[in-house]
Design a protein around this ligand. Structure first.
Ligand SMILES: [Zn+2]
Length: 143
């Protein structure tokens, strides 16, 4: 029996990959190319981040990629003193939600932002990031 080829690109994403395969694996290839991308439904125009392969609004699976570009505004953040299983080595780090206009993006704040400068309303950009273990993620940097 021929072994089925698995598209395991998503295993390169994040500190711990809980998801090995998704229909939106191109997300990781885009990160490798320096772009943080979401998906937009060609049917109704709704934008998704994290990227989805299927639209819950109009049920279309006809999606295209868009870059999470420009400046976002920090909506909220939280500094973690305790990490979930697998993330203990990354502590301390801050998780955040940023508003990019037509989509809200959840992610981490770049570790080099001084704590005194982190405030709700500050402008951020989403940028790909390589973790010490070689895995990829994305972080919010000061705009
Ligand atoms: Zn749609």
């Amino acid at each position: 029996m021929a072994k089925k080829d698995l598209d395991t690109r998503f295993s390169k994403f994040g500190t711990v990959s809980f998801t090995s395969i998704t229909k939106t694996n191109d997300f990781v290839s885009h990160l490798e190319q320096g772009k943080v991308m979401g998906t937009q439904c060609k049917g109704c125009g709704l934008k998704f981040f994290p990227p989805r392969a299927d639209c819950y609004q109009c049920l279309s699976s006809d999606m295209e990629w868009f870059e999470v570009g420009g400046k976002g505004k920090l909506l909220t953040f939280s500094k973690l003193q305790y990490g979930p299983v697998g993330f203990e080595g990354d502590l301390p780090y801050a998780i955040a939600l940023a508003d990019f206009g037509d989509c809200k993006v959840f992610g981490r704040l770049a570790p080099d932002i001084p704590e005194s400068e982190i405030q709700v309303g500050m402008e951020v950009v989403a940028a790909p990031n390589t973790l010490p273990n070689g895995q990829l993620n994305y972080v919010f940097k000061k705009a």
